[in-house]
Write a protein that binds this ligand. Structure first.
Ligand code: KG4
Ligand code: ZN
Length: 340
């Protein structure tokens, strides 16, 4: 018998609801909050309010698109952390109330685990292969940068991570320096396609082991742009493509240097990307190339499943449903990354 899971995501600035049948997506509705654009970043108070306004229509649309009646749902899965507490509370409170009223199990999901498990989602009529355990997963988003060895659905071993900014933050801060809109990652990616990645060189930090640091890169980029603007006030406009291509190259190189290092020390055959930054075309190309050179298989989530969405929460919920890993209504959200 099929399992139908409703997933709810509200950890940051996207309100999303999805319905899946086993691991197949029936609907995946995302309301992205435009209200933050003029502030150049997410404003937590505004995010909570927008979630409150969006959550009922988004869930309603997800059920309608999936052609599922709420009484057919097997369980409700929601993001319990990490994220903005005010935002998480909206999704978790709604999930609790709905599961309670329908008398079905409630499942809490870790947002980062969900990004990884997005690689197990299927689209109707378009089956795709999924990674085999253990696999190496570079999880890169606006708030997190983690190199994981994934031994099983919920056994994810942290091999390394950022000691300061996340990779997505590095993209977004570089974009801000260039006067580009938030979120800057996709905009940099677009400009970079027509630029020369070797025109400007930016130092990539080399921490020992498998950890990352992006704050030095951001500072050197800021000083470089500022110094050149003194000589040519049109420096950014004149060089926007090369600037974007060069900073993207530096961020991707930093990510992939450690990925190669990790690959050399692992038995894993599969190399997997996850998180919003895995939408980046430079990173996707680099990971594909590395997999070819080291005779590994590469798994890249489809673009719509890289950034925050509720289908990934639902699939994480599905695997927990199989294990009967349910929670009570007294569960509380958490804001920061859990020790792994
Ligand atoms: O996973 P996600 O949607 O949210 C978090 O969990 O943080 O990731 C959002 C991040 C933002 O920093 C955004 O700029 C970045 O992913 N991003 C990209 C691209 N698309 C989204 N960064 C670089 N290139 C892209 N194409
Ligand atoms: Zn995310």
């Amino acid at each position: 018998m099929s399992v139908y899971i409703l997933g709810i995501e509200s950890s940051c600035d996207d309100t999303s609801a999805a319905v899946i049948e086993d691991t197949t997506i029936l609907s995946n509705v995302i309301a992205s909050q435009k209200v933050h654009a003029e502030f150049g970043g997410v404003v937590p108070e505004l995010a909570s309010r927008a979630h409150q306004q969006n959550i009922i229509p988004v869930i309603d649309t997800a059920l309608k698109r999936a052609k599922i009646n709420k009484n057919q749902l097997s369980a409700i899965a929601f993001t319990n952390g990490p994220g903005l507490l005010g935002s998480l509370l909206v999704g978790s409170s709604f999930a609790k109330a709905m599961a309670y009223s329908l008398d079905i199990p409630l499942i809490q999901v870790d947002h980062l685990q969900a990004h990884v498990l997005a690689n197990f989602l299927q689209k109707p009529d378009n089956p795709k292969p999924v990674p085999s355990f253990p696999f190496l997963c570079l999880t890169v988003s606006g708030g997190h940068t983690l190199l994981l060895q994934v031994n099983d659905y919920f056994d994810m071993q942290r091999l390394g991570g950022t000691i300061d900014d996340a990779a997505g933050e590095a993209f977004d801060k570089a974009a801000k320096i260039l006067g580009l809109p938030y979120p800057g990652g996709p905009v940099i990616d677009r400009y970079a396609k027509e630029g020369d990645p070797h025109r400007f060189q930016f130092a990539v930090s080399h921490l020992p082991g498998l950890d990352y640091s992006f704050s030095g890169l951001k500072t050197s980029f800021l000083y470089f742009v500022r110094d050149n603007l003194k000589k040519n006030p049109n420096f950014i406009e004149d060089n926007i493509h090369d600037l974007c291509a060069s900073i993207q190259y530096a961020i991707v190189k930093s990510l992939t240097d450690k990925l190669i290092k990790a690959l050399k020390h692992t038995e894993c055959q599969d190399l997997v990307l996850a998180g919003g930054v895995s939408a980046n075309s430079g990173l996707r190309d680099a990971a594909t190339d590395i997999a070819r050179r080291y005779h590994k298989n590469v798994f890249l989530p489809t673009l719509d499943l890289t950034t925050d969405n509720a289908a990934m929460i639902a699939v994480c919920g599905y695997f927990k449903y199989l294990q009967k890993d349910f929670v009570g209504v007294d569960i509380v959200p958490y804001s920061s990354e859990r020790a792994r």
